[in-house]
Ligand binder design. Sequence first.
Ligand SMILES: [Zn+2]
Length: 284
Amino acid sequence: MGAWPEARALCLCALVLLADGSPAQSTPPAAALHSNEARFVTANAEFTLLHEMGHLLIAELQLPVLGREEDAADQLGFISLFLSYDRHRDAGFYAKLLDVADYWRLEWQRPKPDNEEVHPWDSHGLDAQRFYNLACLIYGSDPDELEWVPHLTGLPVERALYCDQEYAQVRRALAWVEAQHGRPPGTPPEHRLRVLYDPPSTRLKDGPRLLEWVRGSGLVEAIAERVSQAYRLPRPLTLRLSNCGAADAWYSRNGAEVVLCYESLAHFRNLARQLPRLRQAEPD
Ligand SMILES: [Zn+2]
């Protein structure tokens, strides 16, 4: 216990040196700074579905959860998104991850009516906390190469120091879930997730275009196939895009389905329009 503050001071020192421009300093890929509405919408649709898949797996596989389920669902959503693109890290890889973190920064900064505020008693973390949690996991996935992430996101050094451990903890948790509940490859799944698209309401502005962005990307079918192949699901389940009257998404145990609302896609698109302002305001 006594040696702890000293070790912490040494670590702080090392990180400050890196941040001051040692050879380990890296710069963000150009695509990560460039905002793109379609990419922002599809990246956040994907993260939202994977967050809800986290709730689905927790309930359907009866996973043990220590801490807040909403945090566990964010962690499962992040690590699933990260690993599904990790093998081919193209120019858009970090752009996609930053789009997901920046969604929470935009939510945090958005003036909201009282009924949309997240209160301290809520089962969800505050928007700012969810932003920093995601920024920390991105940075922690490869701190040697991603020194630009704390710089770009404003993740304070006190948190950044331990993000590699946070990332490793989440990676280990997913490995445990796969070991306990994974399916052997090469055999057909007993139960699958099927995908349903309800027609977007004509009242939703740009509904067909939003549907085309998401459906054209194939991401919903890819998630359903990955989850069906990866886990021994106990019953048939559905992943549905639907009209809800408000931006929302949920997992319903009774309905045996995950729902992502078209209104959420419109909300992502509206927030994406704030992205150039947010990224121009980034510290030099
Ligand atoms: Zn949730």
